[in-house]
Design a protein around this ligand. Structure first.
Ligand SMILES: Cc1cc2nc3c(=O)[nH]c(=O)nc-3n(C[C@H](O)[C@H](O)[C@H](O)COP(=O)(O)OP(=O)(O)OC[C@H]3O[C@@H](n4cnc5c(N)ncnc54)[C@H](O)[C@@H]3O)c2cc1C
Length: 377
């Protein structure tokens, strides 16, 4: 007779919760709960769908480690389970006054082990005749993925492995007891309790609130700085066949308003950077168009600007504001305090790329096969 209903309960069916359910359900009983009627309705379907190469992140950070490992796992997963993707490559372009920054990025990226090729103006022109810049870096391992199909595959595989997934179900409260967690959940009008040995918080923008409801001590809960990123779509033939990025913002607040070609060949630009307090304000402000035009003009000067129209936005669950140094992902976890828990905070970009690596690390740590798995080096 078990003293718990599930080995593990995971809160949040975004890409990270789904990946974690897929990994853990290979060995144990898992319940994944999601407050919305469908998976991935928040940040996981409001992003650039880029498989990042891992060029930018500080050495030994979780972002760097999980991006590098996640990229490899994600390409393998896409090939194995027929998730549409395209390793189309990315150009990071520099204007004449940015050559030192480009060199520094090249040094950092190659020291990380990421493949990067330096292109002079002529080589860049041959590759992308419409792009205007002094020089560029080509990252051939950067790609794009159909994130919705990716999440559908994760869900289907987890279900095949007998994971339970409960939609329209919200965590209200979790209490730690000697034998495990007692969770109070709400589904429609109904509220019920169940027990699990382990609790994993993959609640994205709501991770701080969920952690409070799980009685995590306040000094372990970082402040959330929600940051909306807006996109504008280019209605017309894309003049570029690579992803085209300017150099990143200071403190990596954003990667700069970049050009992304999706799997249907459509071109979009974004995301920009707008700190806000609301977690559900997904507006795309038409007045931002002028700022988009100015930013894009620096590297793609000859677009027909009348074809640039507001598209969608996503909110980054950041752990720093624009005045602070950028922060790493933050993981609060314990297996020695009984019962075990993992809380994931600040899973902004490259969280989609990193999702399978995060799930792999949580699994390794829970199994005791890698005690360091959830720590930055
Ligand atoms: C503008 C933008 C662009 C980005 N571009 C990229 C990119 O190109 N490449 C990349 O790798 N990454 C990118 N990212 C980052 C990536 O999208 C995220 O890191 C990733 O989607 C996070 O997934 P998640 O599962 O942690 O969170 P989410 O997708 O937010 O999922 C959390 C889920 O938890 C649920 N939940 C919350 N509270 C509760 C509760 N109490 N009970 C039940 N359910 C609950 C929510 O409803 C939600 O569905 C981008 C992000 C943004 C905002």
């Amino acid at each position: 007779m078990h003293d718990h209903d599930f080995d593990t309960v995971i809160i949040g069916a975004g890409v990270v919760g789904l990946a974690t359910a897929y990994y853990l359900s290979q060995q144990q009983s898992v319940l994944l709960i999601e407050q919305h009627p469908h998976m991935g309705e928040e940040t996981s379907s409001r992003n650039s769908e880029v498989i990042h190469a891992g060029i930018y992140y500080p050495h030994a950070s979780l972002k760097q480690r999980w991006c590098l490992r996640g990229k490899q796992l994600l390409y393998e997963f896409c090939r194995r389970y027929k998730v549409p993707f395209h390793a189309l490559g990315k150009l990071i372009v520099a204007q004449p006054d940015q050559m030192d920054q480009l060199q520094a990025l090249y040094n950092h990226g190659t020291a990380t082990g990421v493949e990067l090729q330096e292109l002079n103006q002529q080589q860049l022109q041959q590759l992308e005749p419409c792009v205007s810049a002094q020089a560029a870096l080509l990252s051939p391992t950067t790609g794009i993925v159909d994130s919705h199909t990716f999440m559908q595959r994760l869900e289907a595989l987890a279900l095949q492995q007998q994971a339970h997934i409960q939609y329209r179900c919200r965590l209200i409260e979790a209490n730690a007891q000697q034998q495990g967690w007692t969770l109070r959940l709400q589904s429609g009008e109904q509220s019920f309790t169940l027990r699990s040995r382990v609790l994993i918080n993959c609640a994205g923008l709501h991770a701080q609130k969920v952690a409070q409801r799980c009685q995590l001590s306040s000094e372990r809960i970082p402040t959330l700085y929600p940051c909306r990123g807006q996109y504008f779509r280019y209605h017309g033939h894309s003049p570029v066949s690579h992803l085209v990025y300017p150099l990143p913002d200071a403190n990596l607040t954003g990667l700069g308003i970049h050009a992304t070609v999706d799997l249907s060949g459509q071109l979009k630009f974004g995301p920009d950077v707008n700190y806000q307090s609301d977690l559900d304000d997904y507006r795309v402000d038409l007045t931002a168009k002028q700022q988009f035009v100015s930013a894009i003009k620096r590297y793609l000067p000859t677009l027909d600007w009348s074809r640039l129209q507001p598209d969608y936005s996503g909110i980054r669950p950041k752990l720093s504001d624009a005045t602070m140094p950028g922060k790493d992902f933050q993981v609060e976890f314990s297996r020695t305090d009984c019962p075990a828990f993992v809380h994931l905070f600040g899973i902004e970009s490259p969280g989609l790329t990193a999702s399978l690596a995060i799930a792999e690390s949580i699994t390794d740590w829970l199994q005791g096969s890698n005690e360091q798995a959830l720590l930055a080096n």
